[in-house]
Design a protein around this ligand. Sequence first.
Ligand code: SF4
Length: 445
Amino acid sequence: MSGTADKTFYLETFGCQMNVHDSEKVIGTLLQEGYRQVPTVEEAGLILYNTCSIRDKAEQKVFHRLADYKKLQAQGKKFGVLGCVAQQEGEKIFERAPHVSMVCGSASYRNLPEMLVQIETGNRSTGLDDRATDHCFETEYTARTNPHRGYITIIEGCDKFCAYCVVPFTRGKERSRTSSSVLAEARQLADLGYTEIQLLGQNVNSYRDPDGKKSFAELLAAVGEVAGIRRVRFTTSHPRDFGRDIVDVLEAVPTLCDHVHLPVQSGSTRVLDAMQRLYTRDQYLERISWIHAAQRDLSITTDLIVGFPGETEHEFEQTLSLLDEVGYDSAFTFKYSPRPNTPAIGLDDAIPDGEKAWRLAVVNEKQKQMSAHRNKRHLGRTVEVMVEGKNPRGQWIGRTSQIKVLNFTVPEGVELKTGSYVDVRVTASFSNSLVGEMVSAARGS
Ligand code: SF4
């Protein structure tokens, strides 16, 4: 390490939005402990990887990184593995990569200050709370990396045990924060100038206020009513816990964004049952019918897995027909891959990889056409975007309330600030973006 005078760290994050936000809290904690963040491994005394084990590829990447930089140990650098791979592999990581000094799962991040002291004194340190932990990682030292969109974790862990998923094992049981602490954080973000808030959790709608004051829908509404907040998003929702009351508040509170992400995973009830998803195709479609019936034009996105063990061609076709019935705006699609310690590991993963790849290509092509079709409805409309920056062609990039990317031009001489809101008329649409021309600054900008 570089000594106590200049303690430096480099942190690379893999995986989901929860990990990205966890990293913001980890960075805040390290800064508080006197560390300074640096942009390269070479400059750092402590090299940290916040890992994801949802797919084998993400996990392998971390071990490749560790192998690549092993030689730097000779310069006194220390290595730490955080997150899901840390929790899943535990102290086995020390055997596989002996130059690692710290292994810490996400449920143990509150112990980071003590763990840092241990590794600074040349010891190894392990933080591996089990599933039963009641602890959350609430810290006042969050180093927010996006100056306009503030993330707030409302629930950690997961109690669903979908057959293919490692999260219930790596992130522990469900632990919700009190609605009062969530609202206090939302107000604090608004005071700091944030205008968009994204509520995070593996299943935000499984939220249970420990004080019993608010349901998830009520909390969503209350965050949307915080003065200064213009946009509120939430991710991810589990279909079983997705109630009609969520659509009701989306209708009632204008600051809530026109978007619902509702992962379906498969269009076949038999496969959903094998996946232990706790809902049928019809129950899923019932929730979609509430969203379709809303007065607001809500965009719907999803996650899909193809080639789950035993998925027949007919069952795969049911997924394709579900895409038609729902009309998703976009979908994150994946080939099934077995993950250690998950219930599905015992199932016969007999579908050849080539067949899985073919199914994935078919689903992607179908969704691409659907996305292009869905995006056409915006043509000629004027929509509000939050400005996010410029693309390589010099056009401005904005994000609509429906979470679509809109590349747009502005009248000559106009300069915009990132984080500001402008109204843009949509002049062209593609499968994954819209194009437009700025009309005016949005109301209240
Ligand atoms: S709901 Fe299922 S897929 Fe989502 S985190 Fe929990 S176990 Fe994993």
